[in-house]
Write a protein that binds this ligand. Sequence first.
Ligand code: ADP
Ligand code: ZN
Length: 271
Amino acid sequence: MFEKVQNFIVMGKSGSGKQPRVDVLIRRFGLKQLSTGDIFRHYLGLFNVLNVEGELSVFFDPTKDDFIADAEIKDRLNITAHENAEAIVLGLKAKYYVNQGRFVPDRITNALFESAFQALEFKGAVLDGFPRTVEQAQFLVDLANRKGVKLDAIVLVENEDELIIGRTLGRRICKSCGELYHMEFRPPPNPGECVSPNPVCDVVQRSDDNIESLKKRLEEFRTKTRPAIEYLKQAGIPFYSVPGNLPDYSPARVEASVCEILGLASTSPSV
Ligand code: ADP
Ligand code: ZN
C-alpha cells in the first residue's frame, strides 16, 4: 500500500501539530508541502510592508457583505500605480479574515489553491490546511478527477482544544524562513533569533495567535471542517487519524507514530 503516492491531505485543528506530521510525509514520500496558510501569509506580508494603521473593517462594506471595490481600496492605500497592487489588495483581504481567526472565503481560497497546485502539476503534494470546508472539499475532489490525479489519503491530526490553546499561545515563527518555535518546548536560541544565520531572519508571534482568534479558529474547525472531513470520507478517500500530542515528544516518535498508523515500516532507530 501507498505505492506511487500522488497526494496526501493533512487536516487538523489550528495548532493541532500538523507540521511535524507533514514533515514525516514529505521525507517519506518525497512530496512538497502546499499550505494555504503559508500562501495567505505571503500575501499578508506584501500588505504589511505598507504599515497601514487602524481597523481593516473600514475597507469592508457590511451592507454588501463584501469589500469595497478594489479600485477604491487601491486608491485609499495610494498604490494604484504599484506593480504589486493586486497582490497587496489580496493581502489586505486575507488579513481581514486571518487575524479574526475566520476562514478566508472559499472563492478566494480555491483560486489561490488551484494555481499553487497547478504549479506542481497537481501531484506530489502534501495538502496542508486545504480543504477546510465542504465547498473546498468538493472543489478539490472535482479538480483531482478532472486532472486524473489521486488523493491517496486523509491524515487527521487529532488534539484536544485545551492542549491546543496552551501550545498555540507559546508558538513563534520566523518571519523570513518559516522555522517554527515554542517558548516552552523549542525556544529560539536567543530572543527573536532564528537558528538560521540569515540576517533577515526574525522570530515573532503570528498576528493571529491570540486567544480570541484561536477560539474562532477552533469553532470554524468544528462547524466547517468536520463536515468537510465527512465529505472526503464519503468520496472514498482512505482516512487515518493520528495523535497530535505524544506523551514524550521527539521527531523520531512522531515518525514512528505516523508510520505505525499508516502501516509503513519505520526508518527511525528504536524510540
Ligand atoms: P494553523 O497553523 O493555525 O492551522 P494555517 O497556517 O493553516 O493555520 O492558516 C492560518 C489562517 O489562514 C487560518 O486561520 C485561516 O484564516 C486562513 N486559511 C488557511 N487555510 C485556509 C482554508 N483552506 N480556507 C480558509 N481559510 C484558510
Ligand atoms: Zn529564520
